[in-house]
Design a protein around this ligand. Sequence first.
Ligand code: BTN
Length: 321
Amino acid sequence: MSTKDSVLILLKEKKDKYLSGEEISKHLSLSRTAVWKAIQSLKEEGYEIEASPRLGYRLVKVPDLLLPGEIKYGLKTKILGKEIYHFKEIASTNDLAKGLAFRGALEGTLVVAEKQFLGRGRFGREWISPPGGVWSSLILKPEILPFDASKITLLAGVSVTETIQEVTGLNAQIKWPNDILVGERKVAGILTEMNAEIDKVNFIILGIGINVNVEIKNFPSELYQKVISLKEATGGEINRVYFLKSLLESLDKYYLELKKGEFEPILSRWRKLTSTLGAYVKVATLEREIVGEAIDLDEHGGLILRLDTGEKQVIYSGEIC
Ligand code: BTN
């Protein structure tokens, strides 16, 4: 743990009381200069810390940012979020995470940004990412075949939907393959990107974007009826740090299950959380449009359709129109 994170923990534990520089330096076996430097860098991050020559330091206010020290504080995960990179603004967290993964970053590394200016969605679409959202990417290194990578997307869909339900009480649902909706409007999306050889996954970048407290009125007007934020749906601001920690803990739990080869329980949760199964749908694939009743999901995330002819067809990539 960094010096800065250790100092922050001590200040948090003292709640709104003062902690002297000497106490901190003794407790952490640090020089007074090192303590002073840690306090300065916390202030630079946006923490409000009062410094009294007689009493010491006191944490006054934590900024509304997804700072590593906030996310790691009390985080109950085994793999995810041990290493966190935070940016006020970035092109795309997926791109940054990919660069880190190529340089050998630890499995579970999280990249999170307050704002993205080149956020990417599926099929190369733009993903609008203003302040107030949770724009994040995780580096994963599962020992699975490339063909099974879609399991990660399904797992993430379950975690995002359950976290929204638990934190906000909203009835979020999954629309195949991985759009998270509240009512008919999209609140979150998942972009899974993979680096693999024929029979080995090197790493997966799991990108998750959630419209938590974003203002939809600032989106292009043609999206008003298509997207929603949790703030708009609940009528109040959501604590983004709490939300992201809950999401990481859920992802961590399911990811460990997947690593143990236990995927069926995740799949059956997905089936319960989707609005797609049982519906008569039109799916646009790269080549054509197919209509039929969505009857099930196969273990690779393929949507099983019963066509009007009675014949069954599995679709692995596409979008419900
Ligand atoms: C979709 O099209 O539904 C997927 C959207 C995924 C957006 C997230 S935001 C964090 C990460 N970085 C990106 O550039 N995209 C993903």
